[in-house]
Design a protein around this ligand. Structure first.
Ligand code: MLT
Length: 306
């Protein structure tokens, strides 16, 4: 019977599925790297979210490991090239949390447009600052989506429902798909110059790191608002801070940061910045979906080699 370790908090559905499929499963979360290294040799499969770091050191002692399954999309916490070299398959669940993450981006857009977190804090503090919180309407505004894949395309459809105009930059977006979605496929420079609000939905790669750097931000419309529910590192945080302080950027809503957990960040404390602690995928529905999918995929792989 193959044996799987669940080393991050996953919905209990994952354990139920492993058991039902005839896979032995242990749940041990919060392990330190040396604790994981001491036991990983016993397991054929490893199910993770983002906390477990599957490094070279872990892979070197994972002598029986055949598969790492990430309940979620990003596999940034796995050394994928080294895993492949070792013959360990790395899989993710690219669809399970896409709607939830797209909804978080839309929530962030409303939070920015109407300064809801700031107004909430002020009202709780008994200030009743009705004239301080003048917002902007989203209807008729242009949303620029960078990355129009599983998540970006859902953001696009929701934004179109809000009567926004949507521009999409994505080298993989076909003209037909753009027409189906109702978005205008554009080059990045065009999007940057025309969008009132920009939302990032692309993975962090060598090509996308710093895609919104000082130069790109400088070419945006004055008063632009920026949302990042994708990956820290896509935006140059120092450049964003300078642009927020000068008023060139009116606001930013960030769920992800260059360094996470983000206990300290140059953008913290700016009243034009709305932050959440990487909550994009955090709904009970999405967590159940990704747990179920990762458990099915790992079981399929270990039981049938599929
Ligand atoms: C993902 O890659 O799926 C998201 O960043 C959410 C998560 O942290 O699991």
């Amino acid at each position: 019977m193959p044996k799987v370790l669940v080393s991050d908090s996953l919905s209990p559905r994952a354990v139920e599925i492993f058991k039902a499929r005839g896979v032995e499963v242990d749940v041990k979360t919060g392990l330190k790297p040396d604790e994981l290294a001491a036991i990983i040799g016993e397991y054929d499969g490893l199910a993770i979210r983002s906390a477990t770091k599957v490094t070279k050191e872990i892979l070197d002692v994972a002598t029986n490991l055949k598969v790492v399954g990430r309940a979620g999309i990003g596999v940034d916490n796995v050394d994928v090239p080294y895993a492949s070299q070792k013959g360990v398959v790395v899989m993710n669940t690219p669809f399970g949390n896409a709607i939830t993450t797209a909804e978080h981006a839309i929530a962030m857009m409303f939070a920015l447009a109407r300064q809801i977190p700031q107004a909430n804090a002020s009202t709780h503090a008994s200030k009743w600052e009705k004239s301080r919180f003048m917002g902007v309407e989203l209807t008729g505004k242009t949303l620029g989506i960078i990355g129009c894949g599983n998540i970006g395309s859902i953001v696009a459809t929701r934004a179109i429902g809000l009567r926004m105009k949507v521009l999409a930059f994505d080298p993989f977006l076909t003209p037909d798909r753009a027409v189906d979605l109702g978005v205008e496929k554009v080059e990045l420079d065009d999007l940057i110059a025309r969008a009132d609000i920009i939302s990032l939905h692309t993975p962090l790669t060598d090509k996308t790191r710093g895609i919104l750097d000082a130069e790109a931000i400088g070419r945006m419309k004055k008063g632009v608002r920026i949302i990042n529910c994708a990956r820290g590192g896509l935006i140059d945080e120092a450049a964003l801070k300078a642009a927020l302080e000068s008023g060139h950027v009116a606001g930013a809503a960030l769920d992800v940061f260059e360094k996470e957990p983000a206990k300290d960040n140059p953008l913290f404390g700016l009243d034009t910045v709305v932050c959440t602690p990487h909550l994009g995928a955090s709904t009970s529905e999405a967590q159940e979906n990704v747990a179920l999918q990762v458990a099915e995929q790992i079981s399929d792989f270990l039981l049938t080699g599929a």
